[in-house]
Structure formats: C-alpha cells, structure tokens
Design a protein around this ligand. Structure first.
Ligand code: ADP
Length: 452
C-alpha cells in the first residue's frame, strides 16, 4: 500500500475509533452521530484542499505550487517534482532553439521561413541584407511583396525548386543573388539566398577571357588562311610570293607571341608555382633590358639607362626580366620615332624603384586603372600594329604581386608616360661595387648609362 493510502486512512480510522469508544458510553445513536460528524469534517477538509488546488491550477504557470497538508502534501510534492522536470525540459528546449536560431542568424546565407501561403514567418539578418526583409515589419507579409524580381515570382509560381534562380539584388546594385527554395514540413518552405557576385564575376572573366583569346587567334589565322589559299590557287610572281610569305610569317609571329604570353601568364597565376627566392645582381639585368630595348627600337629612339645604386634583389630574375622587359618594350612601341626613353634604377628609403619614362603618346586618365587587365588596350589597332598581345601589363602586375611590389603609372596624352616599379625593402640589398661583381660596373657603356 502506498504511503498516501496509509496517511489518508488515519483520519477516518481515528473517527471510527472515537465513535466505537463512544458507543458503550453514550449508545449507538450518539456513536453514529460522532462518526457522521467526524467523517463530514474529514470530507470538508479534503474539499478545502481541493478548492486550494483548483484555485492554484487557475493561476499563472510560474506561480509556486502550494504547500498542502497531510496526504495533500505528498500529492503536492509529486506535482512539484513533475513541474520542475517539465520546466527543466522546457529550458533545455529553449536553449536548443536559441542555439539553432543564433546558428541560423550567423549563416552566411540568407534564410527565410515561409508558410503554406508563401508568407514570411521568420528571416535571419543576412536575408535582410540580401532581400530587404525586416522581420519586425514584414512578418506575415507575402514574400513576393519584397522579392519582386519577375524571375523569382515566376520561380515561386512554377513550383519546380530543383535548381536555384539567379536574380540581381534590388537592394544593392551590382549584387547577384542565387535563391533556392526548399519545401519542408507540411507546406512550409525554406528560402535560401546566396551572394554569388564574386562567383559571377569570375565566371564572366573566364567567359570574356576565352572570347578574347579566340578573337585574338582568329584574326591572324584568318589572314594566314587567306594567304595560303591565294598561294595555292594563283600563279604569283616571285616578288609577290615573297611579300605574302613575309606577311604570313608576321602573323605566325603574332600568334607565337600571344601563345607565349598566355603561357607566361598562366604559369604566373598558377597557385602551385613557388616563387624562386634567389638573390641576383640587378645591374646585369638592367644592362640586358636596355640592350633589348635598343635592339627593338633599332635606332629610332634615344634610350638612356641611369643606374644610381648597386643592389642585389631577392626574387625571380626571370620574372623581373619579363616584367621590366614588357615595360621597356611598351615604351618603345608607344613612342614615336625620335622620342626619348629613360630607364632609371635607384635605391630608396622604402626599397628600390625602377622606372621607364617615355616621351610617347601617353594615356588618358580614365584608362590608367584598367591597363593591367588582360587584353585591355587603349588603342587596339595601334597595339596590334606594333605586335602587342594586350597581356604585357597583366604579366607585369602578376610578377609584381608575387614580389609584393607595386606599379605606379603617371601619364598624360601626348606628353609621355612613366611606369614605376616599387620594390619593398626586404627584397633589396644594397651592395658595394666589389660585392656586385665585375658585370655590374665595367660593362655599362658611358653614353647610355650613368652609374654613381
Ligand atoms: P599591349 O600588348 O597592347 O601593349 P599591354 O598590356 O602591355 O598590352 O598594355 C596595355 C595597353 O596600355 C596598351 O595597349 C597601351 O594602350 C597602353 N600602354 C602601355 N604602355 C604604354 C606606354 N608606354 N605609352 C602609352 N600607352 C601604353
């Protein structure tokens, strides 16, 4: 028998004992009256306790459980334990829910919970940034009131959510969003938005690049094919045949240069290519660059090399040769005959500078920030006519990035340009004449370079 039964029987038993004791003394009627009155008292007491319980049950949930007396104390204690267990479970659930909500709020993707009628039930802050949803005002509003792009409205109406839909953000110009709906529960839906602006830009860059390369290769190929057909079909004089062959060789060279530059660029961009950190003397490299420039110019320009300081540079000699070579070749190609090209090397307080200044055609300000983009040219036909691939400054940019160096461009139309490469101090080691070795000082021709 449970303790509540034992304790519950005490009062009725006590009444029965009193009534039985009264029987021989006061007679059966009096004993019965005592028993009846006693039991009524017991019942009334239980009713009072029941009333207290009923009143407590009608109050707010957090109101403490009443104490109770006698058998009721046992029942109240059991009730109290049960309520405590339940509130502990509720607390756990609330904590789990809070964790889930803060996780969903921290997601880099926008999340919106929609009901069966596509009304907003909940949204995280990212959804606010992407779609302009402010939960305080927009809870309960149809999603199409806020996301009104026709492609999205159509997507929602179609009901085929196997793929995301790509739309332009209405909130931020230039932002591209990928929105995917995932149905869940009975009729609810989860809307997820992702900012794919960068991905889109990369995809666009890749598309443009392929289109550009194809176009660049197509032009010389068309010319070559034309000449080939002419040579095959028509009887030509020897002089004309030689001229055609020379033109064909020129086109083939253009293609070769383009392919070489593409390979250089792709090697520089490759994440696996480790930078060769070797120390090399800058002077012999500058002399070689200057000699190459003169060969390219073929006496059409005055080219000077001014080496103000001896130094060794830490990095890839080949890559620097390619970057400096591109700057110098540009100066030659974009400077009319008779112009002056000055190559200048100096050690500075922050590292070192190599500059190529020309008195050439110059560049208008609006083009300067885009010059290092692949295939960006101010004047396409002029670039092509001088054998340009449109990749030279892109190569320069990549070499410099790999060496934590920067390119500064000063230019004005018809006044000339100055391209300056700034090397950081940690890549430059100033050396004495003796350390620099014989190649550094002895081979500088006095008419083209000054070495202080
Ligand atoms: P390209 O092969 O066309 O020369 P680059 O990437 O080397 O390609 O240069 C990009 C563009 O920058 C050139 O097409 C040209 O318009 C401009 N540019 C580069 N260097 C010079 C310069 N020294 N003077 C004038 N314009 C220049």
């Amino acid at each position: 028998m449970s303790p509540i039964w034992l304790r519950g029987l005490i009062a009725p038993l006590a009444v029965a004992v009193i009534a039985l004791t009264a029987w021989p003394l006061a007679g059966a009627v009096a004993a019965l009256a005592v028993f009846g009155a006693g039991m009524l008292g017991v019942a009334a007491w239980h009713l009072i306790q029941l009333d207290a319980l009923t009143r407590w049950a009608g109050t707010a949930l957090e109101k403490a459980v009443p104490e109770g007396r006698g058998t009721w104390a046992i029942a109240y204690a059991a009730l109290y334990r049960r309520l405590r267990l339940r509130s502990a479970r509720q607390r756990d659930l609330r904590l789990a829910l809070d964790r889930f909500v803060s996780g969903a709020e921290a997601l880099p993707e926008g999340v919106v919970v929609l009901d069966g009628a596509n009304r907003i039930q909940w949204a995280n802050p990212r959804a606010q940034a992407h779609l302009g949803i402010e939960l305080r005002h927009d809870a309960g509003a149809p999603i199409v009131n806020l996301v009104r792009q026709p492609a999205f409205v159509q997507y929602l109406a179609n009901g085929d959510f196997s793929e995301p839909v790509v739309v332009e953000s209405q909130r931020e110009t230039g932002m591209t969003l990928s929105i995917q709906i995932v149905p869940f529960g009975m009729e609810e839906k989860l809307l997820m938005s992702r900012d794919i602006t960068r991905l889109e830009a990369v995809a666009r860059l890749r598309r443009d690049f392929i289109a550009n390369v194809s176009h660049e290769l197509k032009t010389p190929l068309t010319v070559l094919t034309g000449f080939l057909e002419t040579l095959a079909d028509m009887p030509l004089e020897e002089r004309q045949r030689q001229r055609y062959l020379a033109l064909m060789a020129e086109q083939a060279q253009n293609m070769q240069r383009l392919v070489d530059d593409l390979l250089t660029l792709s090697a520089l961009e490759s994440e696996h290519r480790v930078l060769l950190e070797a120390e090399f003397a800058i002077v012999p490299l500058l002399l070689q660059i200057s000699a190459d420039a003169k060969a390219l110019s073929a006496g059409r320009h005055e080219i000077t090399l001014n080496i103000r300081d001896q130094a060794n540079v830490l990095g890839s000699r080949d890559e620097f040769a390619s970057a400096f070579g591109n700057l110098v070749s540009n100066a030659v190609r974009y400077t009319p005959d008779g112009g002056h090209i000055a190559l200048d090397w100096r050690v500075t307080a922050d590292g070192a500078e190599f500059s190529v200044a020309d008195t050439g055609i110059g560049i208008a300000a609006e083009h300067i920030s885009r010059l290092t983009e692949r295939f960006y040219r101010v004047d396409r036909s002029r670039s092509r006519a001088t054998g340009g691939t449109g990749l030279g400054l892109a190569i320069v940019k990549h070499v410099l990035i790999r060496h934590q160096a920067e390119l500064v461009v000063d230019s004005a139309p018809a006044q000339g340009s100055r391209f300056t490469v700034r090397l950081p101090a940690r890549r430059v080691k100033v050396v004495t004449d003796a350390e620099a070795g014989p190649a550094a000082s002895s081979t500088v021709p006095t008419n083209t370079a000054s070495l202080r």
